[in-house]
Design a protein around this ligand. Structure first.
Ligand code: TRP
Length: 327
C-alpha cells in the first residue's frame, strides 16, 4: 500500500515563491509515490484577522494556484477543509486529550499573540489540534511542510500517541518531510521569511513585469554601496534566489561578477527577473486555463471531497467507537 500524504495551506491569497520552494515543490514529487490529499485549510484561516468578503475568493485563488502548479487531480485529492466538517469533529475529540499547557508553549501561538494581542481566540490556541485532526483523520504517514511547521507535526505525533495509548492503537505516527530546505526570505527584510502580507512576496502568477518591479528595490549585500564595491553573494538574498532558478553556469558567473565588482545589483536582479519569469511561464498559462473554466474546478473539488470524505468518515466511525461515543 502507498503511504498517505496530507498537507494544507492557509487560504490567504495567491501562492508566492516561498510557498513553492518551501513546500509545494516537494508535494508534487510525492504525487507519484504516495496517496496524496492536499487541502486549503479555511477553518484555520478564521483564527487570525480576515475579511469575510474576501475569504471565498482567497481560497479559490489558492485552489487555482494548486492546480496550475501541478497538483494533478487524477493522482491526488484536492480539497477545501471546510467541505469536510469531519475534521472539526475529530479536532474536538483530540482537543479533549490535549493539555492546554502544551498548546500555550507552541511557538506559532506565541508569535500570533504578539502580532495580534486583540485577537487571541480559542481557535488560535487549538490551531495545532485541528491541524493534528487534518493529518490523523486520513491516517496520514507523511506531511510535507516548511520548517516553521515542525513543532505542529511533533504535537500531532504526541496527540496520536496519547490517543493510541488511551483508546487503543488507531493512528500511525505522521512524519514531517521538509522540502529541499529552501527558506525564501523577504525581499525587503531578508531577516524574515517571505510572506503573503504587505505585497512583498513574488507570486507564482506575477507577470515578468511585476516580478521586475518587486525585485528592483529588494535588499542585496548591505555593505555594497556602489557598483565599484566588491559584493558578497553569501550574504545576498538575491543570490540565494538565483540558486533556486538560475543555471549552474549563470550562478558561477554572477558570483564572479559580484565579487569582482563587474556588474551592479540591478544587473544581477535583471537576470533573476528573467529566470523567475521563465520558471513560472507554464504555470501562468495553465492558471489562465483553469481560471476560465470554473465548472471544471468545481468538479475537481467535488471529486476530491468525495474521496476524502470516505476516508474521513471511516476513521471517525472507528474513533467514535473507541471513545465510547458509539457502540
Ligand atoms: N499550519 C499550516 C500552515 O500554516 C497549515 C496546515 C493546516 C497544515 N493543517 C495542516 C499543514 C495539516 C500540513 C498538514 O502552513
Amino acid at each position: 500500500m502507498k503511504p498517505r500524504v496530507f498537507s494544507g495551506i492557509r487560504p490567504s491569497g495567491r501562492l508566492h515563491i516561498g510557498n513553492y520552494f518551501g513546500a509545494i515543490k516537494s508535494w508534487l514529487k510525492l504525487q507519484d509515490e504516495a496517496d496524496c490529499i492536499f487541502a486549503v485549510v479555511d477553518y484555520h484561516g478564521l483564527t487570525t484577522p480576515f475579511d469575510p468578503k474576501e475569504m471565498f475568493k482567497e481560497k479559490y485563488e489558492v485552489i487555482l494556484d494548486y492546480l496550475a502548479v501541478g497538483v494533478d487531480p487524477k493522482k491526488s485529492a484536492l480539497v477545501i477543509q471546510s467541505d469536510l466538517p469531519e475534521h472539526t469533529e475529530l479536532g474536538w475529540i483530540l482537543g479533549t486529550i490535549t493539555p492546554v499547557s502544551i498548546l500555550e508553549r507552541v511557538p506559532t501561538f506565541k508569535e500570533k499573540v504578539a502580532q495580534h494581542p486583540e485577537y487571541v481566540n480559542l481557535g488560535l490556541l487549538s490551531y495545532p489540534v485541528l491541524m493534528a485532526a487534518d493529518i490523523l483523520i486520513y491516517k496520514s504517514n507523511i506531511v510535507p511542510v516548511g520548517e516553521d511547521q515542525l513543532p505542529h507535526i511533533e504535537l500531532a505525533r504526541e496527540i496520536a500517541k496519547r490517543f493510541n495509548r488511551i483508546f487503543g492503537k488507531t493512528f500511525p505516527l505522521p512524519k514531517a518531510v521538509l522540502s529541499s530546505g529552501a527558506r525564501v526570505m523577504s525581499l525587503y527584510d531578508p531577516s524574515k521569511k517571505m510572506s503573503k502580507t504587505g505585497g512583498e512576496g513574488i507570486l507564482l502568477s506575477d507577470s515578468p513585469e511585476e516580478i521586475w518591479k518587486k525585485l528592483q528595490p529588494a535588499v542585496t549585500d548591505p555593505a555594497r554601496k556602489r557598483i565599484s564595491d566588491s559584493g558578497n553573494p553569501d550574504v545576498c538574498n538575491i543570490y540565494s534566489l538565483h540558486k533556486l532558478v538560475s543555471s549552474a553556469d549563470e550562478i558561477k558567473e554572477i558570483n564572479g561578477n559580484c565579487r569582482g565588482a563587474k556588474f551592479g545589483c540591478l544587473d544581477c536582479k535583471k537576470i533573476l527577473a528573467k529566470n523567475l519569469g521563465m520558471e513560472f511561464e507554464d504555470f501562468r498559462r495553465k492558471r489562465k486555463v483553469f481560471e476560465s473554466n470554473p465548472e471544471k474546478v468545481k468538479e475537481i473539488l467535488k471529486n476530491g471531497a468525495e474521496k476524502a470524505r470516505e476516508l474521513a468518515q471511516k476513521t471517525l466511525r472507528e474513533v467514535r467507537k473507541k471513545t465510547g461515543l458509539d457502540i
